[in-house]
Design a protein around this ligand. Structure first.
Ligand code: DOR
Length: 450
């Protein structure tokens, strides 16, 4: 294993941007400083002023194992993630079978060993009848418990009020929720079908999966969390309306302890697409919750900048081209996003809507802090050397041929980005050199320090 000296970088970390060098020894960051000199045997990478950041930590992906591997698998999707600068991921339980108890969780970890290019953590799923497994969960075994408070891909809706109440009362780890009110969605879909029959246009998706359905469900989650003092993280906020339910301000207090019990995440597609895009991209931007209006997009970006939303993630959810080419009502929801998410977020920096350090805060620091990820998510001496080097001024256009996700398409095809990922390191090893994947998978199970 080579040691590295990365010189002349612009480090983006913990709210600051500064010129510096970073030395990697073995799997760890050994030293951060100015004018560091190379030691014998070290590989020197001159960053020429490019941006060096901690690798991103994506707290919401669907890598499809077990059981849905025709769409993607841990090896292919983690490769796409690393090419996109994401060095750790937390994977969802809506697989076949779903991850509903500790045995299934440990089986998933065992299967991932040696196959993932990024570091991995797996959520336990909730159902209407697995309370015993939730209560018995070892808090170090999963970053959180995923509760589908709205139905989506997979059959994991938790809608029994007593069960929901008990989950919020008893969960030993953070609760992460998908919030959309299913009865409202079903009624809106039935009304659309009464009008259009089988030919409901995809442009109705944000009206069927409506803002009201999001608001009602998110309100319920927040009220349950307040009632029980639970740690709640609401995933993929998609509307301006829900923002009033969350508190603005930093995640941590002055002692470095979590200040917020209720936190929010949004996803990259809500920041780059809006209702007008259904005309050109159709089912290829169909996802749950739905991409809504330009006003929502702008409010979500402002909420990230204003610390109302704490985390940026992808909800990477690949489906095959054949599946997506079906009519709206049959096409599954979800987009592959990990390969382009960071450069898409950095587009907001070029547009002067976010600072680079804010992207790093939301996409690397915050998920590490919220889920107690040990020794990752920051450029700090002694931490694991999960790094991404971004060339902020060499752009590229997304092409289908370059997509590494098994599904082989991207919602960003044809989009020109201003930056690109020049290199990614995982556990001290070069994993992506800007052109290709390097070496064997280096990903490890995330250590959850709680
Ligand atoms: O669009 C989505 N796709 N939303 C989800 O909640 C699930 C995901 C998937 O697994 O396909």
């Amino acid at each position: 294993m080579a040691d590295w000296l990365i010189r002349n970088a612009r480090l983006v970390n913990e709210g600051r941007e500064f010129e510096g060098d970073l030395r990697v020894r073995g799997e760890r960051i050994e030293e951060i400083g100015m004018g560091l000199s190379a030691r014998p045997g070290e590989q020197v990478l001159d960053a020429h002023g490019r941006w060096l950041m901690p690798g991103m930590i994506d707290d919401q992906v669907h890598f499809r194992e077990p059981g849905l591997t025709h769409k993607g698998d841990q090896a292919t999707e983690s490769a796409a993630a690393v090419a996109g600068g994401i060095t750790s991921f937390m994977d969802m339980p809506n697989t076949r079978p779903p991850t509903l108890d500790s045995a299934a969780l440990e089986e998933k970890y065992a299967h991932a060993a040696g196959r993932c290019r990024g570091n991995y953590g797996f959520y336990l799923g909730a159902s209407n009848d697995n309370l015993a497994a939730i209560r018995a969960l070892d808090p170090k075994a999963a970053p959180g418990i995923k509760v589908f408070m709205g139905a989506s891909t997979g059959n994991m809706l938790v809608d029994d009020p007593d069960t929901l109440d008990a989950i919020f009362r008893d969960a030993p780890v953070p609760i992460i929720t998908h919030c959309e009110d299913t009865p409202m969605i079903e009624a809106a879909q039935a009304a659309a079908q009464a009008r259009f029959g089988d030919e409901v246009p995809v442009s109705m998706h944000p009206d069927i999966r409506s803002r009201e359905a999001c608001l009602k469900s998110t309100r319920l989650a927040v009220s349950l969390a307040k009632k029980h003092g639970a740690r709640l993280h609401v995933l993929h906020i998609s509307t301006a309306d829900e923002l009033a339910l969350f508190e603005a301000g930093p995640l941590l207090d002055e002692n470095g302890r979590l200040r917020k019990r209720i936190t929010a995440e949004t996803c990259i597609h809500f920041l780059r697409f809006c209702r007008e895009d259904y005309a050109a991209r159709g089912n290829f931007i169909k996802c749950n919750p739905a991409i809504k209006d330009a006003g929502d997009r702008d409010a979500l970006i402002a909420a990230l900048a204003g610390d109302v939303i704490d985390v940026l993630a992808t909800d990477h959810a690949p489906h095959t081209l054949e599946e997506k080419r079906q009519p709206y009502l049959s096409a599954p929801s979800g987009l592959p996003l990990v390969q382009e998410a960071l450069v898409a977020a950095l587009e907001l920096v070029h547009e002067k809507k976010l600072r680079a350090a804010q992207v790093v805060q939301k996409f690397a620091h915050a998920p590490a802090q919220l889920f107690d990820v040990a020794e990752r998510g920051f450029l700090r001496e002694g931490f694991f050397a999960d790094l991404v080097l971004v060339d902020p001024f060499t752009g590229y256009t997304v092409e289908r041929e370059k997509v590494l996700s098994k599904c082989g398409w991207s919602p960003f095809e044809g989009t020109r980005f201003s930056s690109r990922i020049a290199a990614t390191f995982v556990n001290g090893e070069l994993a992506w050199d800007g052109q290709r994947l390097i070496g064997e998978p280096q990903g490890r199970r995330l250590a959850i320090a709680r």
